[in-house]
Ligand binder design. Structure first.
Ligand code: PEP
Ligand code: MN
Length: 339
């Protein structure tokens, strides 16, 4: 439930309401807009008498929140959230591009990819050091060594960095080296990992599970935020459907749906969703056109020899051509590029 205070409600009135809620053993989530303050209530509402709340000074109305996610809910926090990542940010007004190899393979390789993606306008370097591969015989990642290379490449080219984590051990290593952690599609409902990510202190990119509904996805985000970490970004990366022409089906309708349900930033991943470099550019443009806050794109110096996801990786020329083509889309959508 949320309590909407009257415009310009006095601090004292806000305090009286929050104190009453807390005295009843519930938690408060305050969202202060320019005019109106919204007080969100988290916990067992049966402990609280709403009839009493409505007579508190400066209370305008009480609105039930039927969704099970609260802190991620737009009703709790009507203003869009901007998430800071190293020297850049993800949120309204910006198109943030994360680019880099599927997996960190070698130090020199990562440095040359970082240089190329930076030159083309990316502000976050992506690279997997812990790879959740479908087959146990596929390359599993360089682990901590890979994280070290990510830090080095990020520093060398002024890029923020993001790496996927698959375990508590990986989180503990990642906090030493990177600016953001990623929970991959396969772990979207690994609730223990979500809680640990919530305690990491780093911003979290939460990818949509292969078969997850939007509701399940937002509940997964709630797990992270409930640990005291509000810096969550959602990434639509395609879902499983009957279609086999693409690796997954990029559900771009999730972007406008999420806008109505959550204040969290939303980005799209045209690489893992399509599975082919040929479809990355059109779907990247479509994502910007439907108001995504950013893109995650796999880029490799030599896709034919990549240790993972070569077929969907763009080479440097294709990536640079794409970012040029995205600029007018950004302008139309009122977003600055590469900030
Ligand atoms: C990745 O980003 O490298 C990745 C494995 O993505 P996903 O979890 O979306 O498959
Ligand atoms: Mn990949």
């Amino acid at each position: 439930m949320i309590i909407v205070m009257k415009p310009k409600a006095a601090e004292q009135s806000i305090h009286a309401v929050t104190a009453y809620i807390e005295e009843n053993g519930l938690q408060v989530h305050l969202s202060k807009g320019e005019e109106v303050t919204i007080i969100g209530i988290v916990g067992d509402k049966s402990k609280l008498s709403t009839e009493n709340l409505i007579i508190f000074k400066d209370v305008d109305r009480i609105v039930p929140v039927t969704e099970s996610y609260k802190l991620a809910n737009k009703k709790f926090h009507p203003e869009p959230t901007t998430v800071r990542v190293g020297n850049t940010s993800i949120g309204p007004g910006n198109l943030t591009i994360m680019a880099g190899p599927c997996a960190v393979e070698k130090e020199e390789q990562l440095l040359c990819i970082a240089k190329a993606v930076k030159a083309a306008g990316a502000t976050i370097l992506r690279g997997g050091a812990y790879k959740p591969r479908t087959s146990p015989y596929s390359f599993q990642g360089l682990e901590e060594e890979g994280l070290r290379y990510m830090q080095e490449a990020g520093k060398a080219y002024g890029l923020a960095t993001i790496c996927e984590v698959v375990s508590q051990e990986a989180i503990e290593a990642a906090v030493k080296y990177v600016d953001m952690i990623q929970i991959g599609a396969r772990n979207m409902q690994n609730f223990i990992l979500l809680k640990e990510a919530g305690q990491s202190g780093l911003p979290v990119l939460l990818k949509r599970g292969l078969c997850a509904t939007i509701d399940e996805w937002l509940n997964a985000a709630e797990y992270i935020i409930a640990e005291g970490n509000p810096n969550v970004v959602l990434c639509e990366r395609g879902i499983r459907t009957f279609e086999t022409a693409t690796r997954n089906t990029l559900d771009l309708s999730a972007v406008p749906v999420l806008r109505t349900r959550t204040h969290l930033p939303v980005i799209a991943d045209p690489s893992h969703s399509t599975g082919s470099y040929k479809y990355v550019a059109p779907m990247a443009k479509a994502a910007v056109a439907c108001d995504a806050d950013g893109l995650m794109i796999e880029v490799h110096n030599d896709p034919a020899h990549a240790l993972s996801d070569g077929p969907q990786s763009l080479n440097f020329d294709k990536f640079a051509a794409l970012t040029e083509e995205l600029k007018p889309f950004c302008q139309l959508m009122g977003r600055s590029f590469g900030v």
